[in-house]
Design a protein around this ligand. Structure first.
Ligand SMILES: Cc1cc2nc3c(=O)[nH]c(=O)nc-3n(C[C@H](O)[C@H](O)[C@H](O)COP(=O)(O)OP(=O)(O)OC[C@H]3O[C@@H](n4cnc5c(N)ncnc54)[C@H](O)[C@@H]3O)c2cc1C
Length: 393
């Protein structure tokens, strides 16, 4: 693999955020190098792989094979702590992806746009001149390499170091960290077209447990628990209790674990010569923990802004702060509201959840909507209740 001595843009990380950033930066006329530390884009998968159709359709045509293969109508079921079942009137179009295949396709699209993608390349630091990021150092095939560039896009995920290297404090509040564990299983009783969410302090304290059926007949069964509320019990111990009682003797085809930062976006996500994208910038939805589409939206903005800044010949903080503003307009403002909702629902007791589930399950089907559920949960917060239709449309 040959490297140029200088690129316009270097992207660190080949997840959804990094691949889309590389695609749009290259599409905007920049020379782009994307560095991914693993040997393959999309591996290992640390994800429940669910995403809404509307978000995905911003990036793929209706007849793209990803859309045809994965998007379908799912029914949604909530199960409250005492086992009350609430089937929502929400025939939502969504996808339970295969992240390995999905991320590969995003990598292919970036490469088609002209980006140079290199796997097995671990970024180890930034080149910084007078407070301006000017390049990246990385290890590749046992060699230490330095390459200069005009903009670095740090899309290096939850364990991001790009932020810290460029002087941003990326430490999340402990109470916003969900630690997640997931098994991929096959079990006859799992319905192929239903997404099921379980709630309760004994199931997944201040988080939820999900059962997401995949195209191939298997399902991702996982949960996220919040450190301060998990009574020092490990996430896997909660998952084992659930799986052992619900699907005894089931085989586990894959086990994965990872963290999700359920907060609002970092205050600053760009600076002199750099931007942060996706999990690296804390851009997940704080209520659902979903971050695939948000990372892609951020990557698209960062890619476009970086290419325009390179063309202008101005990659200083002021010029790149267009990314912060555009992110806030497109998604950051909404994420701030999701975070407020998250802080409120974190403190809802099991008894209240049972009560909401009972009241809602007694309503006619057309009233059993997400907006109406959250209306109960947010009683006493009229400002947020008014925002709900927009947030959960
Ligand atoms: C258990 C679990 C379940 C989840 N379920 C869902 C879900 O159902 N739906 C959803 O929308 N979101 C889900 N998420 C969140 C989602 O996976 C992330 O928000 C999403 O992957 C963020 O994309 P990203 O591009 O920012 O980061 P990532 O996908 O994490 O990609 C970052 C990439 O950077 C690479 N990298 C890191 N450091 C370096 C380095 N030094 N040099 C080179 N490369 C580097 C990594 O190897 C990785 O490939 C889940 C997360 C977890 C942990």
């Amino acid at each position: 693999m040959k490297f140029k001595t200088e690129y316009d843009v270097i992207v660190i990380g080949g997840g959804p955020g990094g691949c889309v950033a590389a695609q749009y930066a290259a599409g905007g006329g920049s020379s782009v190098l994307l560095l991914e530390r693993h040997r393959e884009i999309g591996v290992p998968v640390r994800c429940a792989e669910a995403a809404g159709a509307a978000g995905l359709l911003e990036f793929f045509d209706h007849d793209h094979w990803i859309i045809r293969k994965y998007i379908k109508k799912f029914r949604i079921r909530f199960v409250s702590p005492n086992g009350t079942v609430l089937d929502l009137n929400h025939n939502s179009e969504a996808a339970v992806l295969d992240r390995k295949i999905f991320d590969h396709e995003l990598g292919r699209m970036a490469s088609e746009a002209g980006a140079q993608i290199v796997t097995g390349a671990n970024a180890t630091g930034l080149l910084i001149d007078n407070g301006h990021v000017k390049g990246v150092t990385f290890e590749y095939c046992g060699k230490k390499i330095s390459v200069r560039c005009k903009v670095v896009i740090g899309a290096d995920g939850i364990e991001s170091r790009t932020g810290r290297w460029s002087g941003i404090d990326t430490t999340p509040d402990f109470s916003d960290m969900e630690s997640c564990v997931q098994y991929t299983v096959f079990h006859d009783s799992i319905e192929k077209d239903r997404l099921v969410f379980y709630f309760g302090r004994d199931v997944a304290p201040t988080g939820y447990l999900w059962v997401f059926p995949k195209n191939d007949g298997t399902a991702n069964v996982g949960l996220g628990v919040n450190g301060p509320h998990s009574k020092k019990r490990k996430a896997m111990s909660y998952l084992d209790s659930f799986v052992n009682s619900k699907y005894p003797k089931v085989s586990v085809l894959n086990r994965t674990c990872g963290g999700v930062v359920c907060s609002q976006t970092l205050e600053r996500i760009s600076g002199n010569g750099f931007m942060l994208v996706g999990d690296a910038a804390h851009q997940t939805n704080a209520v659902s923990g979903g971050g695939i589409v948000n990372a892609m939206k951020a990557g698209r903005i960062a890619g476009k802004v970086s290419a325009a800044a390179v063309k202008k010949g101005d990659t200083c903080a002021d010029s790149l702060s267009e990314y912060d503003r555009e992110w806030y307009r497109v998604q950051g403002k909404m994420n701030k509201k999701f975070y407020k909702i998250k802080r409120i629902i974190d403190n809802i007791s099991d008894e209240t959840l049972d009560d909401i589930a009972k009241k809602m399950s007694e309503k006619p089907e057309k009233k059993r909507t997400l907006v109406n559920i959250f209306k109960y949960a947010l009683i006493g917060n009229p400002g947020l209740i008014l925002e709900l239709p927009k947030l959960f449309s």
